[in-house]
Design a protein around this ligand. Structure first.
Ligand code: GLU
Length: 472
């Protein structure tokens, strides 16, 4: 059997999005689960829509996520080039051959003429515009004379009868009537071939065995299969992934501002690639009967076509955070320190030595959901805002607490425990008048990390300074 080869083929019209990353991941996992190759091809023929940095964002972030690319623009392989813009002449050669064999033709209609035809068909109630081209059967001399004075596009002839069908690996058999397809443009008037055309040529030349892509491409597949038949190419196995939607069940789009959608943003926010991979793998696939926390290598082992879902996947930012928290907690203390220090406020790094910083970060490890959260969480170690609702009740504990601390020669967790015991036993203060009021007075906040550990880290001087700030 031929080696399995799958490709992810982004157009560099934007940065790597959750949807693209999921498509890349599924192609990668399926290829690797069958010991095949994973290729990234850059579909960049629509030059006007390409954005600077689009290609490098795709490649560098896929690699950051841990998706290993066997072949792409910067690897050596006989299947290259992997940028379609570098192969325009090759595509044109195929187009000429199709014209010569009568399977494609030059269409000299102008955009205005085609627009007028579109309007007319709309008026007649036709929902699916199809250009009825009278240039399909022009004689050689007619073509010659038009060619000298006019621009043209090249269209692929599509038969009007019969149907085209494929066995979609995710959705089962899909059948489309040929009379719904129409003659489609393979070469634009500017001499640049279209996506549907270049994709067929490259999938064939790159020996792609499986094409797995988003459901928005379902309408392209019949065109591509008919062209493969015209050219005598083998037909890959197609599968169309279901949509990723928001809570509102609408496709994720830039308009949905409540959801972070670009991988670079997750990276900046302090998400671990392993967590992103884990969560993305469950958007439209599930490991049926297995637990749902796994590494990319475990995923390769588990991945199979039976796990694909037929309904849309709802993106839940909370679940993504949950995964990130899980993976942060799997980090060794050393790796956690390196990871989290990148997000820590500079004042904190200046103010505390390495050992204390490690202790501060560790205080928050169990709860942290993304790297940048460390900024807010560690605030109590940098600035201090007095607790606003200080009441006279606090005075009892505050005065004795200051006294006891000042008497003490050391200030570690044990001593602090001892001091609290003295407050309880000797001064007969009820625990509820000790712990919460102390936390509120020392940190200014109701919730926070372990109190004694935090007091030790702050140090005796700072704790006394804070307690004394409530003097009237
Ligand atoms: N360049 C296309 C896209 O970004 C690729 C679709 C395909 O996989 O064939 O949607």
């Amino acid at each position: 059997m031929n080696k399995v080869r799958l490709r992810y083929a982004p157009s560099p019209t934007g940065m790597l999005h959750i949807g693209g990353a999921r498509t890349a991941l599924f192609n990668f996992l399926y290829a690797k689960s069958l010991k095949g190759d994973f290729i990234v091809r850059i579909d960049d023929t629509d030059t006007e829509r390409n954005v600077t940095g689009g290609e490098s964002s795709q490649l560098s972030l896929l690699r950051w996520l841990g998706i290993k690319i066997d072949e792409t623009v910067d690897t050596n392989s006989s299947y290259g080039p992997y940028r379609q813009s570098e192969k325009i002449d090759l595509y044109r050669k195929y187009i000429s051959e199709l014209i010569d064999s009568g399977k494609a033709y030059k269409c000299f209609h102008t955009n205005d003429e085609i627009d007028a035809e579109r309007q007319l068909q709309k008026k007649e109630g036709k929902w699916n515009f199809m250009h009825q081209c009278s240039h399909k059967d022009l004689s050689k001399s007619e073509i010659k004379s038009l060619e000298d004075k006019m621009e043209f596009s090249v269209r692929i002839k599509t038969k009007n009868e019969g149907n085209v069908s494929w066995d979609d690996m995710i959705r089962g058999k899909i059948t489309v009537n040929c009379d719904e397809i129409g003659d489609w443009v393979a070469l634009r008037t500017n001499g640049i071939p279209t996506y549907n055309f270049t994709s067929v040529i490259d999938d064939y030349l790159m020996k792609i065995t499986h094409v797995m892509r988003g459901e928005e491409h379902i309408a392209n597949t019949p065109k591509q299969i008919l062209l493969q038949e015209d050219l005598g190419f083998s037909i890959p196995v197609y599968s169309h992934l279901t949509l990723i939607v928001g809570e509102d069940k609408k496709k994720l789009s830039k308009r949905n501002e409540s959801i972070v959608q670009f991988i670079s943003q997750y990276k900046d926010l302090g998400y671990l690639p392993e967590a992103i991979i884990n969560y993305l793998s469950l958007l439209g696939w599930s490991p049926k009967g297995h637990e749902e926390v796994f590494t990319i290598d475990e995923l390769i082992e588990l991945f199979n076509k039976e796990g694909f879902s037929k309904s849309s996947a709802i993106f839940d930012p909370k679940k993504m955070e949950w995964y990130n928290n899980q993976y942060i907690n799997k980090l060794s203390d050393e790796d956690y320190f390196t990871f989290i220090e990148k997000y820590a406020p500079r004042e904190l790094v200046k103010k505390y030595d390495l050992n204390l910083r490690k202790r501060i970060y560790n205080l928050f490890k169990p709860q942290i959901r993304s790297g940048i959260e460390i900024k807010d969480l560690t605030k109590i170690f940098i600035d201090f805002n007095k607790y606003e609702n200080y009441t006279q009740d606090f005075n009892t504990v505050r005065e004795v607490l200051i006294n006891e601390i000042e008497k003490s020669s050391s200030f570690d967790k044990e001593t602090i425990s001892g001091i609290f015991n003295i407050l309880k036993k000797e001064h007969k203060i009820a625990p509820k008048l000790i712990f919460m009021p102390t936390r509120l007075m020392v940190t200014g906040m109701e919730h926070g990390p372990d109190l004694k550990e935090s007091m030790e880290i702050l140090g005796m001087k700072e704790v006394i300074r804070r307690l004394k700030m409530y003097d009237k």
